[in-house]
Design a protein around this ligand. Structure first.
Ligand code: F6P
Length: 320
C-alpha cells in the first residue's frame, strides 16, 4: 500500500513533463496518497530537495513547457553509495514509491532504487523519441511541431533566394525528429544516423535537383552530431548552383507549450504510473504501444531493439 509518492524529472526537459507531474499528483491525491515533488532530478534525492504537493501545487502547469520541478543529469547516480544515500533520504521522509520522468539513463536509476526497496516507475520524457518500450515519448510531438513550423519558415526565404537550407535538428543519435520533420516539410534530403552521411552523394543530388529538375530551392534536414552544418552549407555553395545556408534549431526544440497530443499522452502515462505503483509494481516503465498505454519491466524495455523506421525513409524517398 503506497502512502507517500515522490515525483522527479531527470535528463533534458521536454514539453509535457508538467502535464505528467500534474496527472501523477492529482491521481495520487485522489487515492489518498501524499505527494512529494523532488527538485532537480536525482540530485534532489541526494540533497533532499523535497516539497509536499497539494492539488493546487500543480495548478496552471498543464500548458507550460519545461518542468516545474527542474531537471538535471547526475552521472554520479550510477555509484551505489549515492544510490544508498538517496534511499536513506527517501526512507527518512517516508516516501515509499517514486515516479521518474526522463530518458533511459533515468530508467536505470529507477531500477537501482527499486532493487533497494523503493518501488519506482519510469515515464518516457524526452524530445528525442529514443526510449525503448514506447512508440512515442512525452515531448516528441511538440518538438516535431516546432521543427515543422521553423522549417516551413526557412522554406519561404530559401525559395525566394535560390538557396539550400541545411537544418540541423536534435535527436541524440536517433533520427526520428529528422525523418518526421523531413516528411512533414517536403524536404529534399534527410540525413540521420539511420541514413548515414555521404557528403559526395548529398552534393550530387543537389546538383541534379538544381540543374536537371530546375528546383529553385532545397531543404536538407540533418540530425545533430553528424557533421558541421556550416561547413556543409559552404560546400553546397561551392559545388552546386544553390547558395547554402545552415540553421541549427537547437534548444528552441525543447521549449514551448506542449501540444494537445503530448498533454494527453503525459496525463494518460502519469495516471498509469500511479496505478502500477498502487498495484505494488515497481521497476516498470510506462509506454504507448499501438495506442495502448502499457507497463513493461524496465529491464525488458531496455533490451528491446530499436524499432525500424525503414517504412518512413521509403515514404520520404517516394515523395521527393
Ligand atoms: O535528450 C534531449 C536533448 O535535447 C538531445 O536532443 C540533445 O542532444 C541533448 O539533449 C542536449 O543536451 P543539453 O541540453 O545538455 O545541451
Amino acid at each position: 500500500m503506497v502512502k507517500k509518492l515522490g515525483v522527479l524529472t531527470s535528463g533534458g526537459d521536454a514539453p509535457g513533463m508538467n502535464a505528467a507531474i500534474r496527472a501523477i499528483t492529482r491521481v495520487a491525491l485522489a487515492n489518498g496518497i501524499e505527494v512529494v515533488g523532488i527538485r532537480d532530478g536525482y540530485r534532489g534525492l541526494v540533497e533532499k530537495k523535497f516539497e509536499n504537493f497539494t492539488k493546487s501545487s500543480v495548478s496552471e502547469i498543464i500548458s507550460r513547457g519545461g518542468t516545474k520541478l527542474g531537471s538535471a543529469r547526475l552521472s554520479e547516480f550510477k555509484d551505489e553509495e549515492v544510490q544508498n544515500l538517496a534511499v536513506k533520504n527517501l526512507k527518512e521522509e517516508n516516501i515509499d514509491a517514486l515516479v521518474v520522468i526522463g530518458g533511459d539513463g533515468s530508467y536505470r536509476g529507477a531500477l537501482a532504487l527499486t532493487s533497494k526497496g523503493i518501488n519506482c516507475v519510469g515515464l518516457p520524457g524526452t524530445i528525442d523519441n529514443d526510449i525503448p518500450g514506447t512508440d512515442f515519448t512525452i515531448g516528441f510531438n511538440t518538438a516535431l511541431e516546432t521543427c515543422v513550423e521553423n522549417v516551413d519558415k526557412l522554406r519561404d526565404t530559401s525559395s525566394s533566394h535560390h538557396r539550400c537550407s541545411v537544418v540541423e535538428v536534435m535527436g541524440n543519435r536517433c533520427g526520428d525528429l529528422a525523418v518526421y520533420t523531413a516528411i512533414n516539410c517536403g524536404a529534399e534530403i534527410v540525413v540521420s544516423p539511420e541514413t548515414g552521411y555521404d557528403e559526395l552523394d548529398i552534393l550530387e543530388r543537389l546538383r541534379y535537383l538544381g540543374n536537371a529538375v530546375k528546383k529553385n530551392h532545397a531543404i536538407v534536414i540533418i540530425s545533430e552530431k553528424i557533421t558541421d552544418v556550416d561547413a556543409l552549407a559552404k560546400k553546397i555553395s561551392q559545388h552546386t548552383n544553390f547558395s547554402g545556408r545552415a540553421t541549427v534549431l537547437g534548444h528552441i526544440q525543447r521549449g514551448g507549450s506542449p501540444s494537445p497530443y503530448d498533454r494527453l499522452l503525459a496525463s494518460r502515462m502519469g495516471e498509469h504510473a500511479v496505478d502500477l505503483l498502487m498495484a505494488g509494481k515497481g521497476g516498470q516503465c510506462v509506454g504507448i504501444l499501438d495506442n495502448q498505454i502499457v507497463g513493461l519491466p524496465i529491464e525488458e524495455a531496455l533490451q528491446r531493439p530499436k524499432p525500424s523506421r525503414k517504412h518512413l525513409y521509403r515514404l520520404f524517398d517516394r515523395l521527393v
